[in-house]
Design a protein around this ligand. Structure first.
Ligand SMILES: *Cc1c(COP(=O)(O)O)cnc(C)c1O
Length: 420
């Protein structure tokens, strides 16, 4: 059963309540390994499902365009104060609706349409909003893109510097969605300074690791930090922009009134709760366990003959490169899903296959760490993955169903927040 209980909803709209129950049960029974996903706490669930969703509050605390902010203002102030304290920044804006709009606000604050901007190419591990062609950020700006080295899958800082010197971007984005290695913010900062660009650290994937001390912080290196709140940070779906005082006003103006109307106050409350959790010692333990689990899983996969982009991981994610196997990422992700292991197919750098059927599968350990799994279970997880890939090659669905039952049995011993 979903927790908090859906008693009234089940009466009022049984069809919808049934779908939510189904999803909760699916999340309970599945080894969720999509690197950007997690389980929020029951406290976060409760905060986001409140009457705060009823309230309009365009503007910022103390400067609103609507009356009745007696409780909303302190809620947003609490979220801001906690963001500043958890990440050690001068300024935080907790209103962006999600990571992509947050990044749009960064562009609006720091550049004009047609300006040159720079980011990591999507197939190399960057995000759509870092200037990829199909994104508004690729259409409205002159985007130049850096890659990773073919030999070792790592960022080539000589190339980053060469492109920056040649193209003189206004903004350089660091960070991405499929980068299994530590991001060298000081190195990016050096290059940005040299070409007078603003360095933006998009820490959407690793914010929780940074908050928990399991990845170096960009603070003091990147002038602007953009993050989602729902990935490793384990809050509700939302985003934040953080900066020094220099960019504070421009970022705030870009979020509102530049791009958005009223903030989603129920989400702001959930963010405040999640940041409160992120300031506790248990969160440090969680963040380090996420990395320890990814390392243990990477080792176990390598032992079983898998190739990993960059040869391993420093963080929460692993990019399986299936190029040497006689199967692509998409059928493997499908087979894994049938086997109760939820992942996504992903391009690998210099992929020889098409983006809709690429050679990679992305795996992440945040959600299974939240569930309570540790290094000792990672060989078992690698075994399941290995058996499922073999089964996918042989088209053996019975094996996949057997694995799904084994996964369910293991997970029955690990409680899920939001399900009882
Ligand atoms: C997830 C992600 C985003 C976008 O977040 P959404 O909430 O999906 O819009 C932006 N940048 C990076 C690096 C991400 O990983």
């Amino acid at each position: 059963m979903h927790v908090p209980a859906l008693n009234v909803l089940t009466q009022a709209d049984p069809e919808l309540a049934g779908l939510i129950q189904g999803e909760a049960e699916r999340q309970h029974d599945t080894l969720r390994m999509i690197a950007s996903e997690n389980y929020v706490s029951q406290a976060v669930l409760e905060a986001t499902g409140t009457v705060l969703t009823n309230k309009y509050s365009e503007g910022y605390p103390g400067k609103r365009y609507y009356e009745g902010q007696k409780f909303i203002d302190p809620i947003e102030e609490l979220a801001i104060a906690r963001a500043k304290s958890v990440f050690g920044v001068d300024h935080a804006n907790v209103q962006p609706y999600s990571g992509s709009p947050a990044n749009l606000a960064v562009y609006m604050a720091l550049a004009k349409p047609g300006d040159t901007i720079m980011g990591m190419a999507l197939p190399m591990g960057g995000h759509l909003t870092h200037g990829w062609s199909v994104s508004a950020t690729g259409a409205w700006f002159r985007a130049v893109q850096y890659t990773v080295r073919r030999e070792d899958g790592r960022i080539d800082f000589d190339e980053v510097r060469d492109i920056a010197l040649r193209e003189r971007p206004k903004i350089i984005f660091s960070g991405g969605t499929a980068i299994p290695r530590t991001i060298d913010f000081p190195r990016f900062a050096e290059i940005a300074r040299e070409v007078d660009a603003v360095l933006v650290a998009d820490i959407a994937h690793i914010a929780g690791l940074i908050a928990g001390g399991a990845h170096p912080s960009p603070v003091g290196h990147a002038e602007v930090i953009s993050t989602t709140t729902h990935k490793t940070l384990r809050g509700p779906r939302g985003a934040m922009l953080m900066s020094d005082e220099k960019h504070a006003k421009a970022l705030d103006k870009a979020v509102f009134p530049g791009l958005q109307g009223g903030p989603h106050n129920h989400t702001t409350a959930g963010i405040a709760v999640a940041l409160g959790e992120a300031s506790k010692p248990e969160f440090r333990t969680y963040a380090h366990q996420v990395v320890a689990n990814a390392r243990a899983l990477a080792d176990a996969l390598i032992e079983r003959g898998f190739d990993l982009v960059s040869g391993g991981t420093d963080n929460h994610l692993i990019l399986l490169d299936l190029t040497s196997k006689s199967i692509g990422g998409k059928p493997v992700a499908r087979a894994l899903d049938r086997a109760g292991i939820e992942t996504n197919y992903n391009t690998v750098p210099y992929d020889t296959r098409k983006p809709f059927d690429p050679s990679g599968v992305r795996l992440g350990t945040p959600a299974l760490t939240t569930r309570g799994l540790t290094e000792s279970q990672m060989p078992q997880v690698a075994d399941w993955i290995s058996r499922a890939v073999d089964a996918a090659i042989k088209d053996d669905e019975a094996v996949l169903d057997t694995i799904a039952a084994e996964v369910r049995e293991l997970l029955a011993g690990y409680p899920m927040p939001g399900w009882h």
